[in-house]
Design a protein around this ligand. Sequence first.
Ligand code: NAD
Length: 368
Amino acid sequence: MKLRFGMVGGGEGSMIGPVHRLAAQHSGEAELVCGAFSSTPDRSYRSGQRLYQLAAHRCYASYSDMFAKEAALPADKRMNFVVIATPNHLHFPVAMAALAAGFHVVCDKPLTHDFNQAQLLRRRVLDSGLQFAVTYNYSGYAMLQEARDLVSRGSFGSLRRISCEYLQGWLAVDMRTNKQAQWRTDPVRAGSAGCFGDIGSHGYHLMEYVSGLPVTWVCADLSKHVPGRQLDDDGNVLLRFAGGAKGVLSASQVAAGEDNDIQIKVFGELGGFSWRLGEPDILNVRWLSEPNEVRRAKNDAELAPKRSIAGAPDGYLDAFAEIYRRFFAQLKGESHRGFPTIEEGVRGMQFLAAVVRSDEQGATWQPL
Ligand code: NAD
């Protein structure tokens, strides 16, 4: 039987809601059955019925209404988990309400508005015994899993250098009339980090994910290039990792002309690898004393995320779906490779707090 899920946010015109729906349904293991898709009841009803073809009685005016009514349904009808795809400031109240009503949660990043909320949420998740996934979707790419496996087997020896660059250009000009830009550039709705909260958070997660090493110290230099902007739109962060590796994370949303590109490079004593979103099925592996290799994902649905969606990079949908597949395996009690949990979400918020603090204090080193 399919898992049933509801969505909060993701209404008509939203960026990531339809991706969640497609990614979750991709494996055929789950279906969207209900939602509170917008901040206004009319838009929520319209989105549910027109965008997602749901029955009117499963389209709710608000998330609190949805949790109360779904919890009252018979067990074989009610949703099993909820997907949170709202602006950042709503992740915390919606997730807390979902857990209180007994629903597992899939929440988009960054986990919460601030680190304090993240810690409170983690306590609630642990107390509830419910599952909680955070959609750091780039870790769903097969060749990054391959890279992580190479690192964890010690193939590159002790790691020395870990760098990641995530560039976008869509905020290179004032975008105050754009819905997605409005909340992302507003500290009340986005949190204290702008570009770093939005995309630097992905880069940070990937760096820890592939290296298996926690970041221990950060030193950040953030910028607000567009006049009037209240949050960072570009920045560079020096990083120290447990075990002695060092690195740098650069992120920008004002790289004029750049669409959406993330790349990561890791080097140890014996070799290293590089990967970029533009060619997600390729892992360039370098060796100190052997010929370099180009590893390609096998042409197999499990290993080669290729299918995509309009406007998104190659394989985006399949990598996103991989996070869901792992989450479903956990819900069903099957073996699985693990998915980004509340712990990674909390660490992401701790990282952002340290980055902002470092920048505010004149690019000083801050511990995590
Ligand atoms: P968006 O502005 O396009 O959509 C937000 C949606 O939330 C809208 O449909 C809006 O009506 C709805 N909403 C607002 N208040 C609501 C409320 N009280 N109740 C119910 N719905 C409400 O935003 P987006 O770009 O889709 O981003 C949403 C979240 O997804 C953000 O946290 C963002 O960081 C994250 N995101 C993640 C990725 C990724 O790669 N994982 C990509 C894009 C966005």
